[in-house]
Design a protein around this ligand. Structure first.
Ligand SMILES: O=C(O)CCC(=O)C(=O)O
Length: 354
């Protein structure tokens, strides 16, 4: 109450100096009180709330806003706070800018994670693996890969109503019409002189690989094995099946396998019985289109264009490949299924163009 009276009293100009001196002492007392209260309660309560209460109390005791603002402790809080907030703000901004620069450099120079090809190639090379022949690092669920693949240009199937069977075609003509156009075709006279139909059989292939061969155990990445819905894990298991099953005798479980030869010696033996088809152009390595020669048996192929071409292309083509014929097909563009027809075991050999 005393203080209140004196503050009001200040209005008299004669008393100004004395009042200010007295205010100085009071301000210091108040400051001490604030500091000791802050110390006492500091850890127990919310400092914000505590300060508000002290501020309210100071007003009730007669201090004006200006007087409170001129308290040394309030000035310190104010200075420290603004300063630290500003420093923090500058630090965060610098860190954000550095992080943005690092991320941009990583994406720009390594193409990662948008395109991790360089990173994966480096990693595989450092681990002594061949980047071109390694399977995907993460297996891609097929319907997902179908949804995420880029759409195809439907020009390759637009004018096709059937799969033509042709013969006696010059490599230049084959090159301009079929080699890279993805137009499927069957060449009927390309394996005329091959000895493969007389030699290739289940027993022949069984004797082709010696015990412990990587081809039998699938131990090298080049030794690819495709069991097509049959329960074999490798070629070694295939060659252990019973004679009856191997010959597909009535009542035995059907089987359907494919493999990629990975043995130099076996390749030399195989090549004695077939040659590179005469119509193929001279190319070094074309990955997508491939040829498949029907050595024995008969196979029906059903081809469908990709879904984006359903309204522009014929929705389904069917063709039967007879023994001695060769089908040329881009299996990366055409969806395809095959069915062995007739009673003979179907044996085929094929390759990409190289
Ligand atoms: O030879 C077969 O029956 C199927 C071949 C196949 O699906 C392929 O080569 O993509």
């Amino acid at each position: 109450m005393e203080r209140k009276t004196k503050t009001l009293h200040k209005k008299s100009s004669m008393e100004t100096e004395e009042t200010l001196t007295s205010m100085d002492t009071e301000t210091k007392d108040m400051e001490k009180e604030i500091q000791s209260k802050v110390r006492q309660l500091g850890k127990k309560c919310n400092p914000d709330l505590m300060f508000k209460n002290l501020f309210k109390k100071a007003l009730e005791l007669g201090l004006s806003h200006d007087e409170i603002a001129s308290l040394q402790s309030v000035k310190e809080i104010h200075t420290t706070d603004t300063g630290s907030v500003l420093v923090k703000y500058i630090k965060n901004t610098i860190l954000t800018v550095i992080l943005a620069i690092v991320i941009t450099c990583v994406i720009y120079f390594l193409d990662w994670p948008i395109k991790s090809e360089k990173l994966a190639t480096t990693w595989l090379t450092l681990n002594d693996l061949d980047p071109d022949n390694e399977p995907c690092l993460v297996p891609l669920y097929e319907p997902l890969s179908e949804l995420t693949r880029p759409p195809l240009n439907c020009g390759f199937c637009r004018n096709i109503s059937k799969v033509e069977k042709i013969s006696n075609i010059q490599p230049e003509t084959f090159e301009s019409l079929y080699a890279y156009s993805a137009v499927p075709v069957i060449i009927t006279d390309a394996s005329k002189n091959w000895t493969a139909p007389n030699v290739f059989s289940f027993e022949f292939f069984k004797s082709l690989y010696s015990k412990g061969s990587p081809a039998l155990e699938n131990t090298l990445s080049e030794c690819q094995f495709f069991p097509y819905k049959t329960n074999f894990n490798n070629l070694g298991e295939v060659f252990q099946m019973s004679d009856d099953r191997a010959k597909m005798k009535d009542g035995s479980e059907p089987w359907y396998i494919g493999w990629s030869n990975c043995e130099f010696e076996a390749a030399n033996i195989l090549r004695k019985h077939y040659q590179k088809p005469y119509f193929l152009p001279r190319v070094d390595n074309v990955k997508d289109p491939s040829w498949q020669a029907q050595i024995t048996g008969t196979k029906k192929w059903t081809l469908e264009p990709p879904s984006e071409c359903y309204f522009e292309c014929k929705s389904r083509l069917e063709v039967t490949v007879e023994p001695g014929e060769i089908i040329v097909l881009d299996t990366n563009k055409w969806y395809h299924s095959t069915l062995n027809v007739g009673n003979d075991i179907s044996i085929t050999i094929g390759s990409e163009y190289d």
